[in-house]
Design a protein around this ligand. Sequence first.
Ligand code: G3P
Length: 214
Amino acid sequence: MKIYVDTAIVDEIRQVWELGILDGVTTNPSLILKSGRNLTDALKEISQIVDDCISGEVISLDYQGMVKEALELMKISKKIVIKIPMTKDGLKAVKELTAQGIRTNVTLVFSANQALLAAKAGATYVSPFLGRLDDVGEDSMQLIHDIKQIYQNYQFPTQIICASIRSPLHVLKCAKAGADIATVPYKIIMDMFNHPLTNVGIDRFLQDYEKSKK
Ligand code: G3P
């Protein structure tokens, strides 16, 4: 499973990149706001750090506006994937951008039918939001299983990006479900490294090493 970092904060992206485990980055308008930069500057800087797959989101709600924004974003870097909300205009824009060879990530996906439609429109990626579904008492993992099964049934090439990840357990469940990608907040990636027994083990080995020198 690929791991993306779900942030627009450049320092966080650089740190995860240097760990050698990063396959891409996703941003959205809220994450851009948190980063203190504007979208263009953030995407420019991020594209100087990571190899590929940097999602930048359009904010237009109409098809023409979305396509226009997407073409502007693509001038920043060919590494950019255009993130488009799951609406009728959004899917029209996906169809058009796909025809132009531009990769798209359909976001704010909350049902398997939405994921089916996005795949039919030619989306490169769909982003089902796990945490936000859990928040309203729905079974987010069932959604991932359903989308996976539908894409397998019909050999859709669209890849599943598990988004709105709130815990290391979400990441684990996405990996077990066979999701293509999980986009994970910086803090949760850091949490994934930890296990108390690893720290205890290191301490014990170091103590024994010191004793063995005497
Ligand atoms: O990838 C989407 C994500 O940024 C939304 O996360 O925690 O606001 O639901 P959250």
